[in-house]
Write a protein that binds this ligand. Structure first.
Ligand SMILES: NC(=O)c1ccc[n+]([C@@H]2O[C@H](COP(=O)([O-])OP(=O)(O)OC[C@H]3O[C@@H](n4cnc5c(N)ncnc54)[C@H](OP(=O)(O)O)[C@@H]3O)[C@@H](O)[C@H]2O)c1
Length: 201
């Protein structure tokens, strides 16, 4: 049985990914304020502390990331930094810090989102961050050592989140978190690297 850590395991998407992985793996569930373990992925020292506690793993999945949604004409630089600091650098911090804790042939699986491909009103921060994550994965895949792979999952809006985000996503078909979770299995259990797995686009 391989050991997979899910950072964001207490969230809407992370709960489904954790449930699917648990069928075949030992899963370490990490949240920010809840869960078996806690981390603040915006703080590399907190990530280092987490991995010192849990030790070596075969896979790292991140389903975290705050973004700023708001009209561009009123957007401040500080608001734009929300997505850069939290969703973009939060996940990149995890890869940079955790790489020496991943066993040979292990994997990273990050999370972007459909707004990478389908911009919406008030979504400039999300589109930027999601595409930057896909760029990071493309760049990192050719350089990660010891057969370590890296992919990113880009889901459309989740059925479970429609109540919260519905008005931003008229005309988009939602998918369940359980369906989106299948792409994480493909990344963790498959052999590909440098891929963007789009779900429901
Ligand atoms: N929901 C959707 O429809 C949808 C669609 C496409 C893409 N996505 C993307 O999927 C990701 C997760 O979305 P979600 O809806 O599942 O969000 P969510 O329900 O708010 O869950 C976020 C998760 O991240 C954790 N977290 C928050 N801040 C953190 C930090 N600084 N360090 C470490 N962990 C942190 C939370 O822990 P606590 O529970 O302890 O706070 C929680 O486990 C986001 O990147 C989002 O953009 C979501």
């Amino acid at each position: 049985m391989t050991k997979i850590v899910v950072i964001g395991a207490t969230g809407t998407l992370g709960r489904a990914v954790t449930a699917e992985l648990k069928a075949r793996h030992e899963v370490i569930e990490v949240g920010a304020t809840r869960g078996q373990y806690r981390v603040d992925s915006t703080d590399p020292a907190s990530i280092e502390k987490l991995f010192r506690e849990i030790g070596k793993v075969d896979g790292v999945v991140t389903t975290t990331g705050k973004l700023h949604f708001g009209p561009l004409p009123e957007m401040t630089v500080e608001q734009f930094w929300v997505g850069l600091r939290d969703k973009l650098m939060g996940q990149i911090n995890v890869v940079l810090t955790a790489q020496q804790y991943v066993n040979d042939g292990g994997s990273f699986t990050l999370t972007s989102g459909i707004l990478a491909d389908e911009p919406i009103r008030q979504g400039a921060n999300a589109t930027t961050v999601n595409l930057a994550l896909e760029g990071f994965v493309r760049g990192a895949a050719i350089e990660l050592p010891r057969g370590i792979r890296i992919n990113v999952v880009s889901p459309t809006v989740l059925t479970e989140s429609l109540e919260a985000y519905g008005p931003f996503f008229y005309g988009f078909e939602a998918v369940t978190a359980q369906r989106a979770a299948q792409a994480y299995l493909r990344s963790v259990e498959g052999a590909q690297t440098g891929r963007v797995y789009r779900v429901g686009s």
